[in-house]
Design a protein around this ligand. Structure first.
Ligand SMILES: Nc1ncnc2c1ncn2[C@@H]1O[C@H](COP(=O)(O)OP(=O)(O)OP(=O)(O)O)[C@@H](O)[C@H]1O
Length: 246
C-alpha cells in the first residue's frame, strides 16, 4: 500500500518528516514522500485532510513547522526564490488582474519571470491558442466567464514553462471542451518530463492522469501507491472509502 519512498538522485520533490501546525492544531503530521522527475501524482483526501496546506508549503507560500521540504534540491524555507522560478500553481485563486486584458496578464507574468520579449510573444500566442481563448485576448479579465478565467489561469501557470506543476482542483469551471484542452496540454507536458501534483475531489477524472496516488487523512498519509499496482479506479475508490471511514 505504500510506494517505495526511498529518495533518489532524480527526485524533484523531497518531503521529510513534514509537520505543520496552525495555532494549536497540527494540520500535517510527519509527512514523508518523494517524487521523481516526470511523475504525475494525484493527492486525495476528505475536506480538511491537509491537501491545500501541503500544496502551500510545497509552493513556498507557507513554511513547515517541522521537517524539511525540497524542490529541485532547493529548500522551501531558505531558497523560495529559486523554487518559484521553476514551479507553476493552478488553484481556485486565479492570480489574474481583473483590469488587465487576457494578453496583458500573460505578458505581465512573463515579464515577471524575465522571459525575453520575442520568446514571450510566441508563448502568449501559443498558449492563448492552445487554451482556446485567442478571440478573447484583448478583453479584460473582469469581462470573462469563470471557465474562460480558468483557461487563462492554465495559460498563466504555463507561461514560464515550469518544471513542476501544482494543480489544485484544476477542473473547476471547465466545460467538456476545456477539459479535453487541459488534458491535451498535460499530455504534451509529459513529453517535456514536467512533474505534476494534482489535488482533486473528482477521483474518476484525475485518476486517469496520474501514475501514483496518495491519500491524506487527518494530516497523515494513509495510502501511497503506484497506479500500475492498483487494479482499477473502482477498487481505488473502494480503498479510499474504507481508509477515510476507518
Ligand atoms: N489559515 C488557516 N487558519 C486556521 N486553520 C486553517 C487555515 N488553513 C487551513 N486550516 C485548517 O487546516 C486543516 C487542513 O485544511 P486544508 O485546507 O489544508 O484541507 P484540504 O484537505 O485542502 O481540504 P478541502 O478538501 O476542504 O480543500 C483544516 O482543519 C483547516 O481548518
Amino acid at each position: 500500500m505504500f510506494a517505495d519512498n526511498v529518495g533518489s538522485m532524480d527526485d524533484v520533490i523531497s518531503v521529510k518528516n513534514l509537520s505543520k501546525s496552525i495555532g494549536n492544531h497540527q494540520v500535517l503530521k510527519n509527512i514523508c514522500f518523494s517524487v521523481k522527475k516526470g511523475s504525475t501524482v494525484a493527492i486525495y483526501g476528505p475536506n480538511g485532510a491537509g491537501k491545500t496546506t501541503l500544496f502551500k508549503i510545497l509552493s513556498t507560500l507557507w513554511t513547515p513547522t517541522e521537517g524539511s521540504v525540497a524542490i529541485n534540491k532547493f529548500d522551501v524555507s531558505t531558497d523560495s526564490s529559486n523554487i518559484r522560478k521553476s514551479i507553476g500553481i493552478l488553484s481556485h485563486e486565479t492570480f489574474l488582474y481583473n483590469d488587465l486584458t487576457a494578453e496583458e496578464n500573460l505578458r505581465f507574468y512573463g515579464q515577471m519571470y524575465g522571459i525575453d520579449n520575442d520568446i514571450l510573444d510566441k508563448r502568449i500566442e501559443y498558449l492563448l491558442e492552445k487554451t482556446g481563448i485567442t478571440y478573447r485576448a484583448t478583453d479584460r479579465v473582469s469581462e470573462l466567464s469563470r471557465g474562460m478565467k480558468q483557461r487563462l489561469s492554465i495559460a498563466r501557470t504555463l507561461i514560464h514553462e515550469p518544471q513542476v506543476l501544482f494543480l489544485d482542483e484544476p477542473y473547476t469551471g471547465l466545460d467538456q471542451n476545456a477539459v479535453n484542452v487541459f488534458e491535451n496540454i498535460l499530455k504534451e507536458l509529459d513529453s517535456k518530463k514536467t512533474t505534476k501534483l494534482i489535488v482533486s475531489h473528482n477521483i474518476e477524472q484525475s485518476f486517469k492522469l496520474c501514475d501514483r496516488a496518495i491519500i491524506l487523512d487527518k494530516g497523515k498519509i494513509v495510502f501511497d501507491d503506484l497506479k500500475k499496482d492498483i487494479s482499477d479506479v473502482g477498487s481505488f475508490k473502494q480503498t479510499y472509502k474504507n481508509l477515510i471511514n476507518s
